[in-house]
Design a protein around this ligand. Structure first.
Ligand code: SF4
Length: 257
C-alpha cells in the first residue's frame, strides 16, 4: 500500500480518529466500518460499507433487547432456585503489589473471565452431537416444509449465537486483564488512561455473550441446566466488573457512544 494513499486516507474527515482503539475488532459485524480508517486500510471487503453498517446496527440492537430480558429472567430464576448471583470467589487481590502481572492474573475478574473461557470450551466440546442432531432436525423440517416451523431462521439464530459466544470467549479475559493492569499502571504512569475503556468493551462483550447464551438456551432446551450455570457465572462477572470499574459504562468510545 503506498504512502500517499495512506496519507490521503488519514486526512479524510469521514474517519473517526481512534475509533478502533475501543472496538471489538469484529469488522464483519461492525456498524461503523464506513467511519474506520483501519477498515479502509484492511484487505477485507464486505460490499457497500453503509448498507453493511445499517444491517449490523439492527443486529446488535436486537441482541441488546435479548440481553435485557435475559437479565430479568436470570434474576427471577436465581431467586426461585436460591442462587446468589452477587457472589464471586473473594480472594484478596493485594498480595503482591510489586508485580502487576501477578496481581492482574489473580484479580477475581480475570480469574472469573478465565474460568468462563474454559467453561465455554468444555461446553462446546461436549455439545458436538447436540449440534449434529439439531442440524438434522432443522434439515428435516426444511424438507417437510412444516408451516409451524422456521428452520432457516432458527439455524441462522443458532449460528449467530455461536459466532458471538466464540468471538468473545477469550476477548473478555484479554480486555479485563488489560483493564486491571491498566488501573495499576495508571498509578505509576500519569499519562496512561486506558482501564475504563478496556473495561467497557469487556462489559459489552459480556452483555452480548449473555444474550447469545440465552438464545442458545431457547433452542437447545436439552442443555438448559448447564447453560443456566454459564449465564449465572457471566452475570456475576458482569456485576463484579461494574463494581471494580464503576466509571466504565460511562466511558465514551470514539464513534460508538
Ligand atoms: S472500528 Fe469496526 S471496522 Fe474498525 S477495526 Fe474496529 S471493528 Fe473493525
Amino acid at each position: 500500500m503506498d504512502k500517499e494513499y495512506i496519507k490521503k486516507l488519514a486526512e479524510d474527515t469521514r474517519f473517526i480518529p481512534g475509533i478502533y482503539n475501543y472496538c471489538d475488532r469484529w469488522c464483519e459485524r461492525c456498524p461503523l466500518t464506513s467511519r474506520c480508517m483501519n477498515f479502509a486500510l484492511s484487505e477485507e471487503k464486505f460490499g457497500d460499507p453503509q448498507t453493511h453498517d445499517i444491517d449490523n446496527e439492527a443486529f446488535w440492537q436486537k441482541l441488546h433487547e435479548v440481553f435485557q430480558s435475559t437479565l430479568e429472567m436470570l434474576k427471577e430464576t436465581a431467586q426461585e432456585i436460591g442462587i446468589d448471583i452477587d457472589s464471586l470467589d473473594d480472594k484478596d487481590d493485594s498480595d503482591d503489589e510489586n508485580n502487576i502481572d501477578n496481581i492482574t492474573e489473580n484479580h477475581q475478574c480475570c480469574r472469573a473471565a478465565k474460568a468462563y473461557y474454559q467453561m465455554v470450551k468444555s461446553w462446546f466440546d461436549s455439545a458436538d452431537d447436540l449440534f449434529t442432531e439439531k442440524a438434522d432436525e432443522l434439515g428435516l423440517q426444511a424438507q417437510l416444509e412444516l408451516l409451524s416451523c422456521e428452520p432457516k431462521a432458527e439455524a441462522l439464530e443458532l449460528k449467530d449465537a455461536v459466532d458471538i459466544i466464540r468471538w468473545y470467549q477469550f476477548f473478555i479475559y484479554i480486555k479485563l486483564k488489560r483493564a486491571v493492569s491498566g488501573t495499576l499502571r495508571e498509578t505509576i504512569e500519569e499519562d496512561f488512561k486506558d482501564s475504563n475503556g478496556s473495561a467497557k468493551v469487556a462489559l459489552i462483550a459480556i452483555d452480548r455473550s449473555i444474550a447469545a447464551w440465552s438464545q442458545l438456551r431457547n433452542t437447545l432446551t436439552e442443555r438448559d441446566d448447564d447453560i443456566l450455570d454459564i449465564l449465572v457465572h457471566l452475570d456475576r462477572l458482569r456485576r463484579k466488573t461494574e463494581l471494580t470499574f464503576p466509571s466504565a459504562r460511562a466511558f465514551i468510545r470514539p464513534g460508538f457512544d
